[in-house]
Design a protein around this ligand. Sequence first.
Ligand code: Q46
Ligand code: ZN
Length: 313
Amino acid sequence: MRCRKCNTKAVIGLPRHNAAFCKVCFNEYVHDQVRRAIKAERMFNRDDRILVAVSGGKDSLALWDILLKLGYRTDALYVDLGIADYSIKSREKVEQFAHMAAQSHGAALLIHTVQQEEGAGIRELADLIHRPTCSACGTIKRYQFNRAAVEHGYDVLATGHNLDDEAARLLGNVLHWQEEYLDKQSPNLPASVEGFAKKVKPLYRLAERETAAYAVLNGIDYIVEECPMAKGSKMLLYKEVLNRLETESPGTKQAFYWGFLEKQARVRPTTPAMTEKDRLTLHPCATCGQPTTAEVCSYCKMMVRAKASIPDS
Ligand code: Q46
Ligand code: ZN
């Protein structure tokens, strides 16, 4: 297998592009895909300050690395969920990478510790309020990522969702015809109202095995295990199904997700952030001030219930 660009020995084959690359040309390919994503979706520019949501996994650390190497002013936020070994190990990976990023690019790492700030680890918290762990986790992460971006004055919040994540999410939304979610499934959600950070997904043009290869080839030490709570999730099932299709017919995921984005752009040339209905009904949460459609936002409601159940709180 030879590199398509320079004809030296290739280290990775990309069947969906009918190509193979050596390490140097593969890095160029990855950087180029991210540059194209940023430009095509008008995600941010050179003057913007970017906050990357990092988990310790390959995608978010690769994203932080790529944005720094492309010359963007990028810091990161890690939310420590307090899930025993998984959180200990993933935090170690993040701190290790952040140490290098601070030395080489002067980048900063913010940390939010759920055990300290919300009063209990995510599993205990979810048990106390009788909600599935991932649903409580989603509420906390969405809230804290947004809050950190707004309070620390970042222009945009970037997440490491890749092509596989977005294609799997699209499959789930289509299978259940969740039209409201379909409307908002975009790699760029502008900050449409005060108090909401703009959110972008610069890795949407790269497959999961490409971000994994990028991390390995560039010596990024990441946590290989998935969060233990993800076991049995529908998303993993959709990814498996799409991988099966991809093996038989390379390019399926890309055609599915990028095709959706093209159709969405044709129907509605500007990026959707909020429906008009949302915009009209959003107002500051009576407790914390973040935008919400109810009187009190779902995070604050959840915390009231949790505090009432946490012993000695
Ligand atoms: S929601 Fe659930 Fe994830 Fe939170 S508890 Fe783990 S699997 S991390 S994306
Ligand atoms: Zn609130």
